[in-house]
Design a protein around this ligand. Sequence first.
Ligand SMILES: Cc1ncc(C[n+]2csc(CCOP(=O)(O)OP(=O)(O)O)c2C)c(N)n1
Ligand SMILES: [Mg+2]
Length: 390
Amino acid sequence: MGSRRQATGGARQDAVAVERRTRNKGAAARPSALLSREQKLELYYWMRLTRTLEERLVALYRQTKVVGGLFRSLGQEADAVGSCFALERRDIMSPLIRNMGAMLVKGAAPLEILRQYMAKGDSPTRGRELNIHFGDLDRGFIGQISPLGDMVPVMAGVTLSFKMRGQDRVGLVYVGDGATSTGAFHEGINLAAVQKCPLVVIVESNQYAYSTPTWKQTAAKQMVDKAVGYGVQGLQADGNDVLAVYDVTKAAVDHARSGGGVTLVELITYRRKGHAEHDNQSYVPDGEIEWWAANNDPIDRYHGVLLKELGFTAPELDAVDARVRDEVDAATELAEQSPFPEPHDALQGVYADPAAETPLWFREGTRAAVERNERAEGWGTWDAKSGKGA
Ligand SMILES: Cc1ncc(C[n+]2csc(CCOP(=O)(O)OP(=O)(O)O)c2C)c(N)n1
Ligand SMILES: [Mg+2]
């Protein structure tokens, strides 16, 4: 229990120290100083959209309309949004479950995400995959795979191909603090480092991997220290300050684009919800979540910066909130009307198209199951051919 408290205190101190470092940098030298007024408001829009859409998904989950797990990024919205905002349209980004905000920035539509979570027949994967497990290379986001760390070697390969083809493109891959302890992470970042691939590795230090606090799964004091071992640039920022996240990622993207190779970017943040919606967070020390909610919410903080430092007015921000609510309402209505997939559709576009294999007996409905299998000819109780009982 003593060491748990220590970990909690450590996380708070980290956030404060990083904030101080960011402030000291001098506002004028920051890339975010070059963002237009419209872009600064856009950052607020994407974070608000992420949160509102996730809140809507929670409501649908409780109505049992979501199929499978629901993964929140509550308190981490600035990480996904601020970092992805530093990419160009031609760049490729590889998200994980807490990076819905990055997918929105890259052009994923709330309607697609709602249909996907509800396993609808007209969702991007037509009900075969769930939540935000889908990709679209035209829009610059790759489909995620679940094994932790595995997207790092995938993105090492993607960015190596950019380099070999002489394309002016950068790749960005998200991993959690837990994922940095996998073999796949090590092999992927090592290969990308040696090959000087144009890759940005974002490590979201949200203090937990499922129910395991960071100090129980790595002896490293901070994730950014791991960069030294791979011989790559390591940068760190306050993950709950969207402008700081943008600044640090933009520096990493510029470094990659100019031939400098890989950067490991650590964003210090906190996971305010459980691993997924089913998780009651009984392993979290008392008061920890409340502390972050009250003192370090990324949207509250940016709202304050927009009003007090960047010259925006309350009605302007209220208008963004209203627009987001309307968009999420409209998308929910459409997603609810979408049909579920046809069972036979599961065979389309998988191995042979059109399907060469006959559907499995249990997919043909109850009647077929009973007549062809449970009361097959010769069992003595049912004559399948004549349809008569013995
Ligand atoms: C190789 C592997 N081991 C275990 C899991 C199960 N798993 C899924 S997410 C997760 C925790 C991830 O923690 P972290 O990398 O810190 O990301 P976060 O969820 O905090 O964003 C685990 C253990 C997995 N998907 N892959
Ligand atoms: Mg984590």
